[in-house]
Design a protein around this ligand. Structure first.
Ligand SMILES: Nc1ncnc2c1ncn2[C@@H]1O[C@H](COP(=O)(O)OP(=O)(O)OP(=O)(O)O)[C@@H](O)[C@H]1O
Ligand SMILES: [Mg+2]
Length: 360
């Protein structure tokens, strides 16, 4: 199948500072792709290069079957929503929505039909005659999304569209964007540094660091089988616990040893043959002391330092071998700081990394 968007061997440099080097990615029709990564990793640069707002040093950008590497943004068949939604303050919502279409010279009836469709999708029907100053932040952001939607193109690009909104509104609009994608079935490329947005919206997530895609996979794959320490540490809240130690073979069975812990790794699905040597065991807070973990599972002894009730669940921090680790249990915890504990580890859900940080 022809990808909806294809980036081939992209290189982008500012002077002699290379931001992106040899990046390639294909995005399928109807796919919701999220570009996720820390500030400065190159997410906006990559998105802007697809939009045509960014000069590239090398490589090609294809949209559907057209090489658009040198095409003007308006000729690429994309709609874009930015973080700062910069609406025209003196125009009504209706005029804001129709501006681009009027400039493009679309017939009046067509413009009105598109605005009606978009306004109904985004629940803006009753706000069409207001000015931006008479709208809430969430309503303004919906108008900004609407301005991209009225173009009725196949590919939509979003650059952190929700980051200026408060947490409650962000959650609401996130659900609306997902519904929008389900009903429109367009290709969407969505930049964020919010892992919850990435996990909830994406068909696939591309996790970037320093201009390089570290892992491109489904949210579930990225959560359960992170390819390296960076991805493992970036996804999950609280973050995955990392325990440094060593893998040794004991009569043929791999065992992870660290500060008196000896964890049998017979059930760990190694990607390749087991090698002895330094390793890091990664285990998520929700995979320590989970309900129903087998009774023979290894335990980790510690002293509770902080109890964080979160409503539906509780995060417990504890000290072990000079390190602070966390785990999460459902509901309230009958534990106090200072108490000794020895929660079980669900080793089948753990991740192991070699000395270079690559998944074992
Ligand atoms: N005009 C410029 N000149 C030089 N360097 C730039 C320029 N614009 C961006 N950069 C650099 O390119 C890198 C990537 O920037 P980019 O804006 O793509 O990051 P980002 O991942 O979108 O970050 P954020 O999450 O903060 O928006 C950064 O290191 C940034 O400093
Ligand atoms: Mg950015």
């Amino acid at each position: 199948m022809q990808p909806a968007v294809s980036v081939k061997d992209l290189k982008i440099a500012y002077g002699d500072h290379t931001v992106i080097e040899k990046l390639s990615i294909d995005i399928a029709p109807r796919e919701f792709l999220v570009l996720l990564g820390p500030s400065g990793c190159g997410k906006s640069t990559l998105l802007n290069s697809i939009a045509g707002l960014q000069d590239i040093s090398d490589g090609e950008i294809w949209i559907s079957d057209k090489n658009v590497t040198w095409a003007e943004p308006k000729d690429r068949g994309i709609g874009m929503v930015f973080q700062s939604y910069a609406l025209y303050p003196r125009m009504s919502v209706r005029k804001n929505l129709s501006f681009g279409l009027r400039v493009a010279g679309l017939p009046k009836a067509e413009i009105e039909a598109r605005i009606a469709r978009t306004a109904s999708l985004l629940h803006l029907d009753k706000l069409l005659d207001r000015r931006p100053s008479e709208l809430s932040g969430g309503q303004r952001q919906r108008v900004a999304i609407g301005r991209a939607l009225v173009r009725e193109v196949n590919v939509f690009l979003f650059d952190e569209p929700l980051s200026n909104l408060d947490a409650k509104l962000r959650n609401e609009l996130r659900v609306e964007i997902k519904k929008l994608h389900q009903s429109l079935g367009n290709t969407m490329i969505y930049v964020t540094h919010d892992q919850v947005e990435a996990l909830t919206l994406a068909d696939r997530i591309a996790i970037m660091k320093d201009g390089v895609i570290q892992q491109l996979a489904s949210p579930s794959e990225i959560y359960h089988r992170p390819v390296n320490l960076f991805v493992a540490g970036f996804i999950g809240a609280p973050a995955m616990n990392f325990i440094r130690g060593e893998i040794v073979l004991k009569s043929g069975t791999p065992v992870f040893e660290s500060n008196g812990l000896a964890i049998d790794l017979a059930s760990y699905p190694f990607l390749t043959a087991v090698k002895e040597g330094p390793a890091t065991l990664g285990i998520r807070p929700e995979h320590i002391a989970p309900d129903g973990v087998a009774s023979g599972s290894p335990t980790i002894p510690g002293i509770v330092s902080v109890v964080e009730p979160m409503g539906a669940d509780t995060v417990l921090w504890f000290d072990w071998a000079g390190q602070s680790l966390s785990y999460r249990i459902m509901g309230d915890a009958a534990l106090q700081p200072g108490m000794a504990i020895a929660p079980r580890l669900d080793i089948a859900k753990a991740s192991l990394f070699d000395a270079d940080g690559a998944r074992l």
